[in-house]
Design a protein around this ligand. Structure first.
Ligand code: FAD
Length: 467
């Protein structure tokens, strides 16, 4: 059973239900509900969402296409833009993501889970877990009528986000980052400026003295605007009503002030409030214990600058689904399956963490950032391409996250083959196979580790791949 119906919970429950297992999902709210995290990555849109079967629905939902991002960041006083399509992994038909109203996006994923056989119950708040002989075996929850109930399950997945009530039952502490300790103040505007095509839907991130701003075009009219303030600047939040504080901060960031010069803040409906969200980064000491696993923000959260939250949440859901499906099939012991889950999820988190540490150094220009991206993911591709690959969610080299095989040059082919030989790039073997129809064998990520099965929904021992 799954706690929480955000992108992590919906993805996990769908990918397990599609294997024919019974899945119960308990969600505290009634959807649609507001959530922040509106800028997606190509890996989510063309990888995970394709696996879930919602590609056409997303395409028909009128979401703004995001071809890349624009930064006013570092030593360059002028805004600079990156384009997902420079990465061969995202070139061609998969070279964009969407900017989404989470109220709509999360409901599409949750309704899709329901239509794929998941028993989804909204207005059902989990208040605790059940434990027997050291194993988590179910949860206690208040149903939509307020009646307290208990339900038993072979696995409990906590996908209830950063405010999870039950993550502590996994054991170990939630470790907060010393580096990323920000607070976000955000609201919604109509009439904000749009960049010319093809950059109309780009996210813009602009640094200013107290932190940085995001500017996310959600439609032709609606824009999500947030100030992310460093811990030292938190006193500014006490300066007056939130809307006035946000106004004052916008005036201190010339690029955003210019984009909003003819805009008005939305003051009614679900977008009418100026909200505050603490976005301190953290990572849980343990990601699983017998009978229970943490997915998405329940396990870890990294600073929102690269819009990686929904990517990490849905990618971890795919990894957790493989672990649960394999254990339920009785093919491989639970401990092996979840060690694989934890190793891969931590690796993806670390990629963003390590790169963000370097990116927050404003005494560099974009070329230095691109070179850093190349070194963090260990790529021999050109630096700008490595940057687009990393921030597009393609660093893990998981074919499942790339969606459609792009056309790849001969040189790139040689590079991918070379990288696939290194144990670190296990995922690229699968990618190379998919791209060239050529078997290059498979290798685990670490000694004793597992590989993904050909159907992509289970784990297998490297020497005897499961069907
Ligand atoms: P959530 O989306 O939080 O979903 C958890 C669900 O669990 C919720 O629906 C909740 O109601 C439910 N729940 C909670 N408790 C219970 C309970 N006890 N019982 C039952 N249900 C429960 N990410 C991006 O990808 N792009 C961005 O641009 C971006 N910007 C961000 C900006 C800020 C300021 C912050 C703080 C985050 C941002 N993120 C962004 C991150 C993103 O919001 C999260 O990473 C993402 O929503 C995590 O998905 P999830 O499914 O793990 O959790």
């Amino acid at each position: 059973m799954v706690v929480g119906g955000g992108p992590g919970g919906s993805t996990l429950s769908t990918l397990v239900a599609l294997q024919g297992y019974r899945v119960l999902l308990l969600e505290k709210e009634e959807f649609p509900r507001h959530q922040i995290g509106e800028s997606l990555l190509p890996s989510t849109v063309h990888g995970i969402c394709r696996l879930l079967g919602v590609t056409d629905e997303l395409a028909n939902s009128g979401f703004m296409k995001k071809h890349g991002g624009t930064f006013r960041w570092g030593l360059n006083a002028e805004p600079w833009t990156f384009d997902f399509s420079v990465s061969e992994k995202f070139s061609g038909p998969t070279s964009y993501a969407y900017q989404v109203e989470r109220m709509k996006f999360d409901k599409i994923l949750l309704d899709n889970a329901r239509s794929k056989g998941v028993d989804v119950r909204e207005r059902s708040e989990v208040v605790g877990v059940l434990e027997e002989e050291g194993r988590i075996c179910g949860v206690r929850y208040d149903d939509a009528e307020g009646v307290r109930r208990e339900v038993r399950a072979r696995f409990v997945a906590d996908a209830s986000g950063n405010k999870s009530r039950i993550h502590k039952r996994i054991g170990g502490a939630r470790k907060y980052s010393d580096v990323f300790q920000n607070i976000a103040l955000f609201g919604y505007f109509t009439g904000g400026r749009r960049a010319p095509a093809p950059w109309t839907g780009n996210i813009t991130c602009a640094s200013f003295d107290l932190g940085w701003f995001w500017y996310i075009p959600l439609s032709d009219e609606l824009t999500s605007v947030g100030a992310v303030l460093r811990r030292e600047a938190l006193a500014r939040l006490q300066d007056g009503p939130r809307d006035k504080v946000l106004e004052g901060l916008i005036d201190e960031c010339p690029l955003i002030a210019d984009y909003l010069s003819e805009a008005e803040r939305v003051t009614e409906g679900p977008y009418g409030q100026v909200r505050v969200r603490k976005d301190y980064s953290y990572i849980q000491e343990n990601f699983w214990r017998p009978g229970m696993v943490l997915v998405g923000d329940a396990a870890c959260f990294i600073d929102p600058l690269f819009s990686s939250g929904v990517h990490l949440s849905t990618y971890s859901a795919l990894l957790a689904a493989r672990s649960i499906n394999t254990t339920l099939r009785g093919a491989i012991d639970e401990a092996y399956c979840f060690r694989e889950y934890e190793t891969r999820y931590r690796r993806e988190y670390d990629v963003f963490h390590d790169f963000l540490v370097a990116f927050y150094d404003l005494q560099k220009d974009e070329h230095a950032y691109f070179r850093k991206a190349k070194s963090v993911i260990g790529s021999s591709a050109p630096a700008a391409e490595s940057f687009a690959e990393l921030v597009g969610g393609g660093a893990s080299n998981e074919e499942a996250l790339i969606g459609t095989a792009p056309s790849v040059s001969q040189e790139r082919r040689a590079d991918l083959l070379e990288r696939s030989r290194k144990i670190h790039w296990q995922g690229s073997r699968v990618q190379v196979q998919a791209l060239f129809g050529e078997s290059v064998g498979d290798a685990p990520l670490y000694e004793g580790g597992l590989v993904e099965s050909p159907d992509g929904m289970h784990w297998a021992h490297p020497e005897q791949p499961a069907s």
